[in-house]
Design a protein around this ligand. Structure first.
Ligand code: ADP
Ligand code: ZN
Ligand code: ZN
Length: 727
């Protein structure tokens, strides 16, 4: 018998081992093995088991050393999923296997926490005891036993006193695994299913009616989570399990509590703040079937849930579902794939679906379920555009309208959130006077400003142009590369409202550990009147006393050099708007802009996602952008600036040759361009963008070049299929 094993060093191939007779009957696909590798022992997963074939018939194979764990880490279906994701993303197989099992589980010294447990044994008679021993015995019986350390503490006794009872056969002392529970010490009150409104009922009924995934499109607060909860309850009743994916940032105690309230100990939580021990235990509870509902971020899509019946992807449009490093997978897409492989139902939920999913609903690949109203307390806020041209006193950060609205809140003791769009290194080039942004004609996309060689480049076609001397719209000669910073906004605010207390939240103010929670906690407790922040404050937060949300610079979000700029802007504004008026108090949203006629902003005001999606999709189709193509980035990096530039040019040229020869579908290849973040961690970075009708065609093209001219050691080349970041 031969085992084909994927070794845990990224080698991207399988190795054959002889299976000793003693192990033959225990060996199963998906198990973790220990095998000799070179001069050391390595670990690896068995992916295939077979008889000696002609290929390896002659060679002497080394034998498998041991089975590390007889319970397989991967079911055959999970392995099938791993293979499909490996094929689709062109990532090394080991990287996908690694992504699928938490490191805390794989560590050599990882194990369950084992502690002594004392339980009363009812067989023996408590005779001939000292009064003190008699008392201790009675206490152990009364408590029904307990952990040794706990009993010692609570009964003010010693381990030897308890062991002495054990020696007389009055109690048994044995070693048991003690769960490290991430929710320990939390007060979680049980909750009951709410009676659903008609839209919620219809959505619930549609889930899993056939094999199609459901796109649950419901405004913030429309009761999507209640629908998830009841869909999960159905699965549990049928003896199946579920996975709920949430973006890491919204994996707050409140979110987790809602699931734990309904399903108690059946819930396992996986997120980055867990200790290794907690993660180890949660994962094993999932694999053993003790936990049936997994709540976690993108990596939870791999959780080894038994009899998986349902996968929920909440906020399915969130870019954080895409992993930016090998394997570059989208957890949302893997969820859909896993649903198909395992025959599980899939629900993708959002108030602002990704255009990829929206399009899939249009073509009938997904089933659409809509909830148009808020379910509980609160109404959707009133959204209004404020023209910075006539409302703001020339270049000021705050328009008169916004200042008045803020001062009204201060008078009433209500709270305000002010929101700035800003991304660290993605550089825009904007006329300081009128907000005009130079854009590539061919792609209809704002240029990215490259500081190093002081020019503007298009990141889709690779074209470039010189910096404009004058704005063609207003004649202004001053340009800015970034929007207003939060610090400047905060300072201006303090000047206007010296008595108000202001909190600021951005990357700088949150670098200290926990300060994120500290700031939000303080704001929630009403310790400040105004919170100023970046997109960080836009998501998932619920502040009942916030009645005003101001977006300071909508135009900067819309002119991001990214073909998804409008989509992201719509999502962002809809989400920040969702922050106002969550409770009884009605909310107001003011969006400051220089282009009040902009169609995206008009759609935000109207709260009309469908209309926005229709016009945006028409433009994407016209320009051959996703979801009408797959956009992939071939990313090159090296410490040698000249080398990486030359190779990027070679890749661009070869990809173009390949593109010219393909028969089915289209493929467009950009020139080689330095990435917007040209240098990071000492590496110079370049990229080539491939837009193709089929994702597999891009992978084939990339493989063809990489095998014809294998990259030199000083260079790293990767392909990012369905790239989320163009920078
Ligand atoms: P979403 O997930 O769409 O943002 P939630 O599920 O959080 O919405 O629901 C928002 C609020 O409405 C919650 O407080 C929830 O308890 C309440 N809610 C949801 N469904 C119902 C219902 N059918 N009846 C009454 N209240 C509901
Ligand atoms: Zn201008
Ligand atoms: Zn272009």
């Amino acid at each position: 018998m031969v085992a084909r094993v994927a070794i845990d060093l990224a080698l991207d191939r399988l190795f054959d081992y002889e299976v000793p007779e003693a192990l033959e009957r225990k060996l199963a696909v998906g198990q973790l093995l220990s095998v000799p590798f070179g001069r050391r022992e390595a670990r690896g997963f068995v992916l295939e088991i077979g008889e000696r074939g002609t290929g390896n018939g002659e060679r002497v194979l080394k034998p498998v050393s041991a089975i590390v764990d007889v319970t397989p880490f991967f079911t055959p279906k999970l392995l099938e999923l791993v293979r499909r994701v490996t094929d689709y993303t062109a990532a090394p197989l080991e990287s996908v296997l690694k992504a699928a099992v938490p490191a805390a589980v794989m560590r050599r010294n990882a194990r369950a926490r084992e502690l002594l447990f004392v339980s009363p044994s009812l067989a023996a008679e408590p005779v001939a005891l000292t009064p003190r021993q008699r008392w201790l015995y009675d206490q152990v019986v009364r408590l029904g036993g307990g952990w040794m350390t706990q009993l010692v503490r609570e009964l003010k006794t010693t381990p030897s006193a308890l062991k002495a009872l054990g020696a007389r056969g009055l109690v048994t002392v044995d070693v048991r695994a003690k769960r490290r529970d991430p929710l320990a010490g939390r007060r979680i009150l049980p909750s009951k299913p709410l009676p659903l409104n008609p839209e919620q009922s219809a959505a619930l009924a549609g889930i899993g009616r056939d094999s199609k995934p459901t796109l649950l499109f419901g405004v913030t607060g429309s009761g999507k989570t209640e629908v998830y909860l009841q869909a999960i309850a159905r699965e549990i009743e049928a003896g199946r399990g579920a996975i709920v994916l949430v973006p890491e940032i919204s994996l707050t105690p409140q979110t987790v509590n809602r699931f734990a309230s309904r399903f108690g100990d059946l819930v396992a939580v996986l997120h980055s703040a867990l200790s290794d021990g907690e993660r180890y235990d949660e994962w094993h509870r999932i694999r053993s079937g003790a936990a049936r509902v997994v709540v976690g971020p993108r990596s939870a899509v791999w959780a080894p849930v038994k009899d998986l019946g349902l996968i929920v992807v909440d906020e399915e449009h969130e870019p954080s579902y895409k992993q930016e490093d090998n394997p570059r997978y989208s957890a949302r897409d893997v969820a859909v794939l896993r649903g198909a492989v395992e025959g599980a139902k899939v629900v993708l939920g959002s108030a602002t679906p990704s255009l990829e999913s929206w399009r899939n609903a249009e073509t009938g690949k997904y089933r659409l379920a809509s909830i148009a109203r808020r379910a509980g307390a609160g109404t959707l806020p009133n959204v209004r555009l404020v023209d910075l041209e006539d409302g703001g006193a020339g270049g000021a950060i705050f328009s008169r309208d916004l200042l008045e609205a803020i001062s009204l809140r201060l008078d009433r003791g209500e709270q305000t959130i002010l929101f700035l769009n800003r991304r660290g290194f993605s550089r825009q080039y904007v006329c300081a006077r009128c907000g005009w942004t130079p854009a590539c004609d061919a792609c209809d996309l704002p240029y990215t400003y490259h500081r190093a060689d002081s020019c503007l480049r298009c990141h889709v076609c690779g074209g470039w142009t010189e910096l404009p001397a004058k704005c063609p719209d207003c004649g202004g000669a001053e340009f800015v590369c970034q929007g207003i910073g939060t610090q400047r906004a905060e300072a201006a605010l303090r000047k206007c409202f010296p008595k108000a207390s202001v909190l600021r939240m951005d990357a700088d103010s949150t670098s200290r550990r926990n300060s994120h929670d500290d700031i939000l906690g303080a704001f929630r407790r009403g310790e400040a009147d105004i919170l100023v922040g970046t997109q960080m404050i836009a998501k998932g937060l619920d502040f009942p006393n916030v009645t005003l949300v101001g977006v300071l610079n909508a135009d900067s979000a819309l002119s991001m050099p990214d073909f998804r700029a409008s989509e992201r802007a719509f999502q962002l504004f809809a989400q920040v708007a969702g922050r106002a008026g969550r409770a009884e108090l009605p909310g107001e949203v003011l969006i400051q802009t220089r282009n009040p006629a902009d169609s995206v902003l008009r759609a935000v005001v109207a709260g009309d996602f469908a209309k926005f999606a229709a016009s945006e999709l028409a433009e994407r189709n016209e320009a051959f952008f996703p979801p009408y193509c797959h956009l992939s980035v071939v990313a090159l990096k090296s410490k040698d600036a000249r080398l990486v530039g030359e190779w990027a040019a070679m890749y661009a040229q070869s990809l173009k040759l390949y593109a010219a020869r393909i028969k089915a579908g289209r493929m467009l290849v950009s020139e080689a361009v330095p990435s917007a973040l040209e240098k990071a961690d000492g590496f110079y970075r370049w990229q080539v963008v491939v837009r193709s009708t089929s994702a597999a065609a891009a992978v084939r093209a990339w493989r063809w070049i990489s095998s014809a001219r294998p990259p030199v050691a000083a260079l790293r080349v990767a392909i990012d299929i369905d790239a989320v970041n163009l920078v």
